[in-house]
Design a protein around this ligand. Structure first.
Ligand SMILES: Nc1ncnc2c1ncn2[C@@H]1O[C@H](COP(=O)(O)OP(=O)(O)OP(=O)(O)O)[C@@H](O)[C@H]1O
Length: 320
């Protein structure tokens, strides 16, 4: 057992009837890390987060939370807080009353309620009823509720859902500060920009299995080629130059008529050098999708193709 880890999962499996939600999942999250869970709908992210929160138990495998093995009983492990499927709140109570009630349920005396509200940027609406809150405000209040217990492991299912830019800034700021103080954060999101801004590591789940787990840089380095949008002072000339540069493939223009090329770093370097040498100014060169999104698409599409091939082989086998 590695006591330094906030989460250590080995071969964790969970099924619901015939549906295999998690299949041999390994996961390690150290203290002070922000770890993102990504994957297509139904990949198993919420199920895994639910296991970390003690809302469900695994069918097989071993799970340790904050150095303590999780048993078969449904109990929230000490030092863990968070929510899945949106935070549970009382709509008829105000934000402040909600936090005070939750604090009381956990044996506290309402200490830290004002501070938690302030941290998530809800001080001004602290005395408004939660029934009138937007999705983003509920999410922020859910985070404030989790902060009350000063968790060492914070587990959040799509915490950026419904957040406006100011709300997102607050939430990102809170999560970064918690991580800098040693709290481990595990969160799921379909927003690659959020994950890239926040996470040190990611785990990509696909049909309940881990397709990748590790540092974001390592994932980005796996992309041999990416698609880039290229804005120059002379689009026609840039198009001709791109078509004639080794390691660069010209793709159809994007919806706004901008040039799109597919290239690895060496091809891209050669293209930019040639353009600048020809007196063509490069005004913008940006990946069409982020490295994380590109890796996610590649991994999940190739896994999907493998699964389909396997199913076809199985079907053929059945008629023989
Ligand atoms: N309580 C349940 N009963 C039956 N099936 C369930 C239950 N919870 C999850 N599942 C199934 O388990 C699989 C994984 O679901 P899960 O909610 O963990 O995926 P997810 O990655 O969080 O998806 P999303 O991105 O859509 O939130 C899905 O096939 C889902 O239908």
């Amino acid at each position: 057992m590695d006591a330094r880890l906030a989460v250590r999962a080995r071969g964790v499996g969970k099924h619901f009837g015939d549906v295999i939600a998690l299949d041999g999942v390994d996961l390690e999250v150290g203290p002070g890390r922000v770890h993102g869970l990504v994957g297509p709908n139904g990949a198993g992210k919420t199920t895994l987060l639910g296991l970390l929160l003690g809302l469900a138990v695994a069918d097989r495998g071993a799970l340790e939370i904050l150095g303590t093995p999780v048993g078969r009983a449904l109990t929230a492990p000490d030092g863990v807080a968070g929510f899945v499927d949106g935070p549970g709140l009382y709509p008829s109570l105000t934000a402040r009353q909600n936090l005070a009630a939750l604090g009381a349920l956990r044996g506290g005396r309402g200490a830290g309620v004002g501070e938690a509200l302030e941290q998530v940027g809800l001080t001004e609406v602290a005395d408004d009823r939660v029934g009138g809150f937007s999705l983003g405000m509920r999410q922020r209040l859910g985070l404030a509720a989790a902060l009350l217990s000063r968790p060492r492991l914070l587990v959040l299912d799509e915490p950026s859902n419904g957040l406006d830019p100011a709300g997102k800034r607050h939430v990102h700021g809170v999560l970064r500060r918690l991580a800098s103080e040693g709290t481990a954060v595990v969160l799921s999101s379909h927003r690659m920009d959020d994950l890239e801004a926040l996470c040190s590591e990611v785990t990509i789940l696909h049909t309940g299995r881990v397709a990748f787990s590790g540092p974001l840089d390592e994932l980005a380095a796996r992309n041999d080629e990416l698609d880039y949008r290229l804005l120059t002072s002379d689009p026609d000339r840039a198009r001709r130059t791109a078509a004639g540069t080794t390691g660069v493939r010209l793709l159809p223009d994007d919806a706004a008529g901008r040039l799109v090329v597919r290239a690895g770093v060496p091809g891209l370097d050669a293209l930019v050098a040639r353009l600048v040498g020809d007196g063509v100014a490069v005004r913008e060169l940006t990946p069409v999708v982020s490295p994380l999104e590109a890796a996610l698409l590649t991994l999940t599409e190739s896994r999907g193709a493998e699964a389909e091939a396997g199913a076809e082989a199985g079907a053929e086998g059945g008629v023989r």
